[in-house]
Design a binder for this molecule. Structure first.
Ligand code: UDP
Length: 490
């Protein structure tokens, strides 16, 4: 094994729970490589092609990144073969098994890094649930950074709530919890039931695993964030001070390399061709992340708003194949499938080329679930948002978008949607839609109408777009933080 050279060698081990963790950490690897570092990314066989396809985008630019796939022991933990992400899990009851398999995977990764890897790492950057990377880094005598996939504001809120003991005395569902953690007096509050999973009565992850992740968080040497310092009103510095460690914002990673249409396939080309036929800033893009679904009754209310609003809509629906027949019928009768150029409401069943869609000149607004990846991609594209959080830290991100940054209108959802981590535990009534069509149309109107409120949000969003791009340019804050990370690992 090669041990020393002036060029630091980063080993990145993304948390394989979801694409939205794997993709941005891979992109951070691409950014490090573009700054001259040597990078290896370790993942599982089922996720290797996703990682490789992102790496391939920067290889022509001279970046050298090794991708290694180590088998994931799904079957040993009672999971179906190839079940290597949480969105591939057939039932929430299998979540603990997924975490057990991830531990075993960790043992194999540690063995590979200490014995078989061609080069000794000088720094490890670990996904948030891969707690086993810390003993591995300690044994190798190298620093271990964590990548959560969350923004710095959400991380600061989570840290603040832990320090208040909120994980021990669980808030009641209706309690208003103050998350005004920034120095400027932004008044941010969310309901007890909207708190991130760490502070909910119970999740399918289990409290022991949650505590293990918190301990990991406290013990790592530093934090790498997909964000930029100018965005989150001092959150990175406040978190660094609270946690007593370096917090480096190195994004937005979506700007590191926008894939060309040739790399995206026919479905993506159809989406882009549809946008090409629309007026500038006229389209509302609607998407709820890599796996976000809503109950059928809610989906219909949303659909009624989208088909009757005055703007063209591109609506991405995940899990459309498992919708009840009456909802499928409604969609068939009221929307158009991919490829109908003149359609008013285009439904994309599957994967939309989101980064490319958001930077298209026709897109004027983004209705989003406030996942951090989507939030930052919207910021980087200068597109204001209608916010519709579903779960996890998304309600916290909504407060950042609406209360702090002033670049979004809340649709007004108050109840989290059940998902694989909370299934059956939130007591949500899925038969009834919480948000009516008129409420959705009113939020869309406030954002898309040519009134002062919409104008103000568009102006602020464009200012942030400029700052996002500057952050990654030579001498910008994210550029400098990448250099800092590299220098501290030489
Ligand atoms: N994404 C995409 N096409 C889709 C759905 C999602 O490209 O049809 C990407 C999106 O660009 C973002 C990620 O998937 O990078 C979703 O991440 P986010 O943090 O917003 O949400 P999550 O999937 O974790 O809920």
């Amino acid at each position: 094994m090669e041990t020393s050279t002036a060029r630091p060698h980063f080993v990145l081990v993304p948390w394989i729970g979801s694409i939205s963790h794997i993709a941005p950490l891979t992109d951070i690897g691409c950014l490090l490589a573009s700054h001259g570092a040597s990078v290896a990314i370790i993942t599982t066989p089922a996720n290797a092609s996703l990682v490789q396809s992102r790496v391939d985008r920067v290889t022509p630019l001279g970046a050298v990144i090794a991708v290694t796939a180590i088998p994931f022991p799904a079957a040993e933990a009672g999971l179906p073969e190839g079940c290597e992400r949480l969105d591939l899990i057939p039932s929430p009851a299998m979540v603990p098994g997924f975490f057990r398999a991830n531990k075993k995977f960790g043992e194999a990764v540690a063995q590979y890094c200490s014995r078989d890897a061609p080069r000794r790492p000088s720094c490890i950057i670990s996904g948030m649930c891969n707690t086993w990377t810390l003993p591995m880094a300690r044994e190798l005598g190298v620093p271990c950074y964590i990548f959560h996939g969350f923004g710095a504001f959400a991380l600061l809120c989570i840290d603040h709530l832990y320090r208040q003991g909120r994980h021990e005395a669980i808030a009641s569902a209706e309690e208003l919890v103050d998350i005004s953690v920034l120095q400027q007096p932004f008044d941010c509050k969310i309901l007890g039931r909207q708190l991130p999973p760490h502070f909910l009565p119970s999740t399918s992850v289990g409290s022991a695993s949650m505590q293990e992740m918190r301990d990991f968080d406290l013990a790592v040497d530093g934090v790498v964030v997909n964000s930029f310092e100018e965005l989150e009103h001092g959150s990175t510095a406040l978190l660094a001070a609270a946690a007593g460690k370096e917090v480096l914002a190195v994004g937005p990673v979506s700007l590191c390399c926008v894939p060309s249409l040739d790399q995206q396939g026919d479905d993506a080309r159809r989406c882009m061709a549809w946008l090409d036929g629309k007026k500038a800033k006229s389209v509302v893009y609607v998407s709820f992340g890599s796996a976000g679904c809503m109950p059928p009754a809610q989906l219909i209310q949303l659909g009624m708003a989208l088909v009757s609003c005055p703007w063209p809509v591109m609506w991405v629906i995940k899990g459309a194949e498992s919708l009840p027949d009456d909802v499928k019928e409604w969609l068939r009768d009221n929307t158009d499938a991919d490829g109908v150029a003149e359609s008013k409401c285009l439904v994309v069943r599957g994967w939309a080329p989101q980064v490319a869609v958001l930077v298209h000149p026709a897109v004027g607004g983004f209705m989003t679930h406030c996942g951090w990846g989507s939030t930052l991609e919207s910021v980087a594209a200068g597109v204001p948002m209608v916010t519709w959080p579903l779960f996890a830290e998304q309600f916290v991100n909504e407060r950042l978008i609406v209360d702090v940054l002033g670049i979004g209108v809340s649709v007004g959802v108050t109840k989290p949607t059940e998902n694989v981590l909370t299934a059956g535990k939130l007591g949500t009534d899925v038969a009834k839609a919480e948000v009516e069509a008129e409420q959705v149309k009113s939020a869309l109107g406030r954002l898309m109408d040519e009134g002062d409120e919409g104008e103000d949000m568009r102006r602020k969003a464009l200012e942030l777009k400029v700052k996002a791009n500057s952050a990654l340019e030579k001498g910008g804050s994210s550029y400098n933080n990448l250099e800092k990370l590299i220098q501290s690992s030489v």
